[in-house]
Design a protein around this ligand. Structure first.
Ligand code: TPP
Length: 263
């Protein structure tokens, strides 16, 4: 299985979807693709033919404005036909701009109002413990999302419950909706903060497939936080690390440049 090729296909779908619907959040979606690729194609116990499999691992994209990334990944993994992606974020289309769990098979949680995904994941992880179900729960939050106080309540609670079946992945692309994360509310020293809340913390390059995989596979007795250093807009040169691509959608010429770069 060639993860690089899969990630490229997902990125192609994302730029096409956002260009067609004039949608925001291209940079948001491109940032998290490599993490999704490893989760869905190497790590998670899921079955696209049976999305409600009882003992499946669960994934929550808490930064639900990056919806195009998850929809595109699920389509790539055959949860549904890629033609459904054509109805992304348009009037009368099937896939709303923020994640909707009723809209497509494989989406576990509706999200987009930031700050709720980790708490939902904790609920699922506790339910698994009660049911003696040894499946895992994975949650991706954005770095800007960590400005939400509710996330820190959840960060405090998960180690108290010793949720060794829960992994938080922080998509740390250093940009958010209103500027650079360290200028809006600085998160540093992030690793020390998470360690002091009793998480097992691993810091990785969030675009390096083997680092992502080893971090996800690492055994831990506590909930695990992976600080994934990423690049907003990763894979499309003119979007990389450019704040405005939180909001802009590619025009036809820009779409063609992006698709050529992703060949
Ligand atoms: C509760 C809530 N407040 C504000 C917003 C508006 N909003 C949408 S995206 C965003 C910034 C998110 O930044 P980050 O988590 O770093 O994600 P990125 O796009 O950089 O991946 C904000 C504040 C929201 N969706 N939900």
């Amino acid at each position: 299985m060639n993860l690089e090729l899969i990630a490229k296909e997902i990125r192609k779908s994302i730029v096409k979807m956002n260009a067609k619907s004039y949608a925001s959040h291209s940079g948001t979606a491109l940032s998290v693709v490599d993490i999704l690729t490893v989760l869905y194609f190497k790590i998670m116990n899921i079955d696209s033919a049976n999305p409600s499999l009882k003992n499946r691992d669960r994934f929550i994209l808490s930064k639900g404005h990056g919806s195009s990334a998850l929809y595109a990944t699920l389509a790539e993994k055959d949860f549904f036909d890629k033609s459904l992606l054509e109805g992304f974020y348009i009037d009368g289309g099937e896939l709303p701009g923020h994640l909707d769990k009723e809209a497509a098979p494989g989406v576990e949680v509706s999200s987009g109002s930031l700050g709720h995904g980790l708490s939902l994941g904790i609920g699922m992880a506790i339910a698994n413990k009660i049911d003696n179900n040894d499946s895992n729960v994975y949650v991706v939050c954005g770095d800007g999302e960590l400005n939400e106080g509710s996330v820190w309540e959840a960060i405090m609670f998960a180690p108290h419950k010793h949720l060794d079946n829960l992994t938080l992945i922080i998509d740390y692309n250093k940009l958010q909706g209103y500027g650079r994360t360290n200028e809006v509310i600085n998160l540093e020293p992030l690793k020390d903060k998470l360690l002091s809340f009793n998480w097992d913390v691993i810091e990785i390059d969030g675009h390096n497939f083997s680092e992502i995989e080893s971090a996800l596979l690492k055994n831990s007795k506590q909930p695990k936080a992976i600080i994934a250093h990423t690049i907003k807009g990763k894979g499309v040169s003119y979007m990389e690390n450019k704040f405005e691509w939180h909001y802009k959608s590619p025009n036809e010429e820009q779409l063609n440049i992006a698709l050529n770069e992703l060949l």
